[in-house]
Each structure stands twice: as structure tokens, then as C-alpha cells.
Ligand binder design. Structure first.
Ligand SMILES: [Zn+2]
Length: 360
């Protein structure tokens, strides 16, 4: 950006920030910033508080990575009470060519001085033994989600039991009715997912359906998986988390959740990992950076990741997967990480893991 362009952008930011005197003007400003892929302008429209501060910044970063050129922002049913308002946000955008998404979310707006800012989704707090459980404020969800509360401490204990990592007591868990709405709050380019966690963000999950037993197992699997991401991120320290390859994050999270995966499901995952080892293996180095991994390779990241973690656990001991991740977090050097678990190099580790899986 040239100096002149920077000055102009600065002027535009100021004039934009002065024009959100109504919620409708705020919707227009959010839409303009999103369509321009202008992360800084988008962040300037967000309310400066809560875990949403981190989530909003990650959402804004995605706008710059994959610009949603046709996105529309509409606030309806605006209910204002003093400096706060609740509204329904309708987002419509083309996620990938040919796939138009339309999502409505209950949201909060905050007036700072004369200017309205966007404060993210509106939630109903639920009672939870450990951590804070919040349900998206849509009719009936709080009642449909309150059985999740006692599962939070159970999922935390499982992460501690399998990986020896502790989950912070105050972890915030946000519950959504479906994957479409959950993903729309993470960022617009994300395909619908049933669980999510990024360092510093709340955990997000979709309230599972099925029979009571199935729903409970799904919830424990999702919670244990996402709690693992949280615990690994904290134990790795700031900066360290991003040095751990994405496939390894997913391998650890699925390993920790094993007790809550049906034997047939677990076996199906193993079969896919074994098949990739024989044909269609994607080099692990190409699965390390989540935003750079195409959706068509997500399955490789999850299955190969779990396969390598199982290999390490089986061959080098149950603590090897976390020791490996820890070495990554400390140095970011994959050869040093491989040496920490007894291999001459990362290439040697990958070759051995692949051979082990191909023969499994
Ligand atoms: Zn995950």
C-alpha cells in the first residue's frame, strides 16, 4: 500500500466509523468492509469486548483471504434497550462458486458514543459444572442443550486421562442448532462443521441429535475433541500452537476422544488411514497449515493425522504423540520434533508411519 493509499484508507475508515448512527448503517458498513476484503475496516466495526474480540478478528482475517464479494448483511427485528440492541442478522453469500449460503443469527449490537458496533451472536447462558455453557438465542435451543452441562467436566477429565493435559475451568462452550450457523460465525469461507476451536476463542459445537445414548456419545466426542485443541493450545503457549501442524492437532484430538467413538466408527477411520498409506497419501508437510489445505484434502489430514498419532503411541509409548507436538511447539522444526520421539528425521518418521499403516 502506498502512503497516499494508506492515507485514503485511513480517511475512509474514519468516515465509515462516523456513519454507523443506526443499526442499518452498521449493516451497510459491515457489508462494505466484507465485500472489500478489508479486515482492518471490519475489525473497526466490532464491539471491543469478550471472546468475540478474538473470534471477530479471525472472521475478519478470512474476509481478506477469501473475499466474499457478493455478501449481504441485513439486520431485522431490531430491539433496542439503551446502548444495547438485539437483532436478527441475515447473511447471504456465495461460499464457493455454485454454493450460495443463507444464514440467520440472533446478534447483539452495542452503541459506543453515537456509533453502533457489532458484538457477535446473542446467547442464553446455561448452568454448567465447569466452564460456561452458552446456547445461541434461538427458540428452544437452551432447553434442547441443557443436558450438555454435566458432560463438560467428564470431557475435561478424559483429555487429562489420555494426554495428561488440563482443560481450564472457565472454558466457554457455545452451542449452535446446526453446522451452517456455527460455521457462519467462524468465517464465511468455512464449510459447515459440527465443532470448532481456535486459540483464544470459545469452543463451538452443534447440539447432537439421535437417540439419547447416541447424542451423549456424540457430545462427549465433540467436547473431548475440542477441549483437546484448547488444552494443546494452552500447553503449547502463544506462538507454539501454530507451530504444531494441523494434521497433528487433529490426530491428538481424535485420539483423546477415542473412548466416545463407537468401535465400528473407529475401525472405519483406521481403514481409511491404512488405505491412504497404500495409495493417495498426501505428504504431511502439505497438511500442516489449515487455511492452505484444500477442502478435498481435509479427510487426509484427519485420517493420516490419527494414523500417525496411533503409530507413535503404539511404537514409542502413549506419551509420544504429545511429546512430538511439544517439540514442534518449542522449535517449529520438524526434524527436531522427529528426533524427540526417536527418529533420525521427519522423513524417516513419515516413511515408518506410512509403512506401519499400509501393513495394518
Ligand atoms: Zn479438530
Amino acid at each position: 500500500m502506498t502512503l497516499r493509499a494508506a492515507l485514503l484508507a485511513g480517511l475512509m475508515l474514519c468516515s465509515a466509523a462516523l456513519s454507523q448512527r443506526t443499526p442499518q448503517e452498521l449493516a451497510g458498513a459491515l457489508q462494505a468492509a466484507a465485500r472489500a476484503g478489508n479486515a482492518a475496516a471490519y475489525r473497526a466495526l466490532l464491539a471491543p469486548e469478550g471472546t468475540f474480540t478474538v473470534e471477530g478478528a479471525n472472521f475478519a482475517a478470512d474476509l481478506a483471504r477469501r473475499v466474499p464479494r457478493d455478501v449481504t448483511y441485513t439486520f431485522s427485528d431490531v430491539q433496542q434497550q439503551g446502548a444495547r440492541a438485539e437483532a436478527t442478522l441475515t447473511l447471504v453469500w456465495t461460499r464457493v462458486p455454485g454454493e450460495v449460503r443463507r444464514v440467520t443469527l440472533p446478534v447483539e449490537l452495542l452503541r459506543v458514543g453515537e456509533v453502533w458496533r457489532y458484538a457477535g451472536e446473542a446467547f442464553t447462558p446455561l448452568k454448567a459444572g465447569a466452564g460456561r455453557l452458552l446456547a445461541l438465542k434461538v427458540p428452544g435451543l437452551a432447553q434442547r442443550a441443557d443436558w450438555l452441562a454435566p458432560l463438560l467436566p467428564r470431557a475435561s477429565r478424559e483429555v487429562e486421562r489420555v494426554l495428561g493435559l488440563s482443560v481450564p475451568q472457565g472454558a466457554v462452550v457455545k452451542v449452535y442448532p446446526d453446522a451452517e450457523r456455527l460455521s457462519a460465525t467462524v468465517y464465511p469461507s468455512l464449510q459447515p462443521v459440527s465443532g470448532w476451536n481456535e486459540p483464544g476463542e470459545a469452543i463451538k459445537l452443534v447440539v447432537p441429535g439421535g437417540s439419547p445414548a447416541e447424542a451423549q456419545a456424540s457430545a462427549l466426542r465433540l467436547l473431548t475433541h475440542e477441549f483437546t485443541h484448547l488444552a494443546v493450545g494452552l500447553a503449547a503457549g502463544s506462538g507454539g500452537d501454530k507451530r504444531i501442524p494441523w494434521w497433528l492437532h487433529e490426530g491428538l484430538a481424535n485420539l483423546a476422544a477415542r473412548a466416545f467413538v463407537a468401535e465400528s466408527g473407529w475401525r472405519a477411520w483406521q481403514v481409511r488411514a491404512n488405505a491412504y498409506a497404500r495409495a493417495g497419501w498426501v505428504p504431511l508437510a502439505e497438511l500442516a497449515d489449515f487455511p492452505a489445505v484444500p477442502e478435498a484434502r481435509w479427510d487426509n489430514a484427519y485420517r493420516q493425522g490419527l494414523g500417525v498419532v496411533e503409530f507413535l503411541s503404539d511404537e514409542q509409548g502413549g506419551d509420544a504423540p504429545w511429546r512430538f507436538a511439544q517439540a514442534f511447539a518449542q522449535s517449529g522444526d520438524r526434524d527436531r520434533a522427529a528426533r524427540a520421539v526417536g527418529f533420525a528425521s521427519f522423513a524417516a518418521l513419515e516413511t515408518a508411519a506410512r509403512a506401519w499403516l499400509a501393513a495394518r
